[in-house]
Design a protein around this ligand. Sequence first.
Ligand code: NAD
Length: 480
Amino acid sequence: MTSLHRLYIGGAWVEGASVARNVNPSDLDDVIGEYAYADRELTRRAIEAARAAAPAWKASGIQQRADILDRIGNEILARREELGRLLSREEGKTLAEGIGEVARAGQIFKFFAGECLRPGGEALPSVRPGIGVEITREPVGVVALITPWNFPIAIPAWKIAPALAYGNCVLFKPADLVAGSAWALAEIISRAGVPAGVFNLVMGRGSVVGETLLEAPEVDAVSFTGSVETGRHIAAVCAASMKKFQLEMGGKNPLVVLDDADLDNAVSCAIQGAFYSTGQRCTASSRLVVTAGIHDRFVEAMIAAMKDLVVGHALEEGTQIGPVVDQNQLDQDLRYLEIGRQEGAKLAFGGRVLERPTRGFFLEPALFVETRNDMRINREEIFGPIASVIRVADYEEALAVANDTRFGLSSGICTRSLKHAAHFRAHAEAGMVMVNLPTAGVDYHVPFGGRKASSYGPREQGRYAAEFYTTVKTAYALPL
Ligand code: NAD
């Protein structure tokens, strides 16, 4: 028996135009639930509800917003085990990772509860005597938030929380594969005291719900996280209608390992960064750029560590690597394993599809060696538990290879050299730099985002989120 989870539009739970099922990638016989999908008409209804609610929400007090966000954060944190289990069940990351992600979502809401009470503003004298100038921030208005499947609750949280905190009305369109976490989050928000129409959940297809949101003149801004391909399309549609937009997209993140690195730490950073969360992270370390003096020892230690990785059902105790999210993603991973072989890369370990007691998409983490940075496996985002080692002569070549990519999200270095660490921090062409840390794994109170094809527009998270979710007003006054 599965229960039907409805849409949330204008403060009411609403039947969808169709229904979709959500299945556990660790166990294909486990149906998680049935979720209502909106069509264009229902999406329009949500847009109208948000538009109607916008003036009152803009005028609402900061204490009201802070209380609401605090309540949401508290409930998420209190239910982290249960929600973490749901998340792992539908997305496939391990239970520890699922619970960690839920906790982060709760903390994000609490962070932005505090931000409600710290609205920025400036009062300046004018260059013309007697006139005062005041700079304030106002809500953008109605925002569409379009999210991917790989962080089913944290990414929605880091868009919804600042959107509400700064006084915007929300149209939340989650990814199809993870409707369960999205619905659970929406249900919590629906009981937190948010006025009708301020927050709406519109589950459904990107080509239907997503497109309707992009095309609607009543939508003022779009915040998107997902693939480069979809991001490009969103940018074109939004630019044509002068909507504000923000894009967080793919990565091909390098982890540089220098001769003087602590080998154990470098291997631990590479294993965590490349394979945890099944490598399905935009910040995953998919290119391991290793200098010649440590190369062979690093590869040997990586293979030894990979042999010990436990791949299995996401909810099973002891599992370190859960399943790939679905058949499409598994096919893509296997395709890239074949492309790598054809390009002449050597598969040093892994890459087998594994059998487990339950039917699922289990893939053994894979390591390519003897690869060149111009190979497709090092140019294109694979989004699976597959990493390549690129051998380089020295630090200078390592930096050049690290930066030689169309992406620029996260860039890491393992070294004991203060000089090289400082140089890398200054010259890595990425939004985030990690020294002796994995490229993935970030805090919730500081900005997140990248450069080049990885990101477009202002940063997300932390106080920097205000850039996107507010618009600046400069007011001049002559007291008479
Ligand atoms: P995707 O682009 O396929 O889908 C993302 C969202 O866009 C989904 O909700 C989808 O339904 C919607 N969508 C699809 N077509 C649309 C359209 N025409 N109009 C409007 N919306 C549409 O991405 P995905 O497969 O869900 O996620 C994986 C990708 O996300 C990877 O490339 C990964 O790197 C990226 N990602 C980036 C970050 C980051 O912050 N940089 C974080 C997580 C994931």
